[in-house]
Design a protein around this ligand. Structure first.
Ligand code: SF4
Length: 86
């Protein structure tokens, strides 16, 4: 689970758990490109492609990945996952 930070940016119309951390400076990706921002999912399932990121940007009510309702908080979601794996 990712802890929310005041500096993380939210997007109207996106999943309420989608966050971006805009990076300042000259950090580079492993491919040598300039890093503009990092993407987080507060439930711990970050998008790994632009297609997945687009899906997060449109998922206002449910997670596109596992259909979990957004009314379930990250803490409740983590507890559910732990009880399923026990
Ligand atoms: S993976 Fe699901 S819960 Fe996480 S940011 Fe995307 S839509 Fe939201």
């Amino acid at each position: 689970m990712i802890r929310d930070e005041a500096r993380f940016r939210r997007h109207k119309g996106a999943c309420p758990y989608y966050r971006e951390n805009w990076v300042q400076g000259d950090e580079k990706t492993p491919q040598g490109e300039i890093l503009l921002y990092e993407v987080y999912c507060l439930k711990g399932w970050p998008p790994t492609s632009t297609g997945e990121q687009d899906a997060c940007m449109c998922a206002t009510r449910r997670c596109w990945r596992n259909n979990e309702d957004h009314r379930i908080t990250p803490e409740e979601s983590a507890a559910l996952s732990a009880s399923r794996s026990a």
